[in-house]
Design a protein around this ligand. Structure first.
Ligand code: GAR
Length: 203
């Protein structure tokens, strides 16, 4: 089976993107990392990705007159990389339907909550404030609606009485890395079958 070509997108620290790269190097993801995209010019992720030997595309929304121009810039730079899969890994910007369309069911995102609960920013804070007893993360395919789209994997963690946004985020993050690695690995092995809004994992 041909190795899937993967581009990772991040806006900040990039620990999920780094976990994906590690898994690719170790062979637990049968894919090839071919590029990185960042939308924040001073994000630590840029420094990290710059040592990976792949093109790093930096594009800040404020440098473009419109969202379509911003997306067209990124699209034109990732197209020559011929990606099979785009992995949004802490990429804190919504992508439009026009950007997503050519990559339908080929863009994944990780969100630090058990979707469809707690969409949007500060998902872990939302969980603490709601007083839920169980939180977690979701890896899903991306559709134009925010934090929606067919769910591939969810992992849970307990919420403790004394949790803050930060302590809960740290606990969830330990589940995010393996969850994302597993989802991407299943994609690369052609094990994900999408029917409507549901993802079936083939044996
Ligand atoms: C992760 O917790 C990820 O789930 C979250 O941002 C963090 C990025 O960390 N993403 C979102 O909230 C997207 N809605 P990282 O840069 O270390 O991977």
């Amino acid at each position: 089976m041909r190795k899937k070509r993967i581009v990772v997108f991040a806006s900040g620290r990039g620990s999920n993107a780094a976990a994906l790269r590690r898994a690719i190097l170790e062979g637990s993801i049968k894919g090839e990392l071919v590029g990185a995209v960042c939308d924040v010019a001073d994000a630590p992720f840029i420094k990290t990705a710059s040592s990976w030997g792949v093109p790093v595309i930096v594009a800040e929304r404020k440098g473009f007159v419109s969202q379509p121009d911003f997306e067209a810039y990124i699209a034109a730079r990732i197209e020559p990389l011929r990606p099979d899969l785009l992995c949004l890994a802490g990429f804190m910007r919504l992508l439009s339907g026009d950007f997503i369309k050519p990559y339908a069911h080929r863009i994944m995102n990780i969100h630090p909550a058990l979707l469809p609960a707690f969409k949007g920013l500060h998902a872990q804070r939302q969980a603490v404030e709601a007083g839920v007893k169980v939180a977690g993360c979701t890896v899903h395919f991306v559709v134009p609606d925010m934090d929606a789209g067919p769910i591939i994997i969810q992992e849970t963690v307990p919420v403790r009485d004394d949790d803050t946004e930060d302590t809960l985020a740290a606990r969830i993050l330990t589940k995010e890395h393996p969850a994302y690695v597993r989802a991407v690995s299943l994609f690369c092995d052609d094990k994900l079958e999408i029917t409507g809004n549901k993802v079936h994992i083939r044996d």
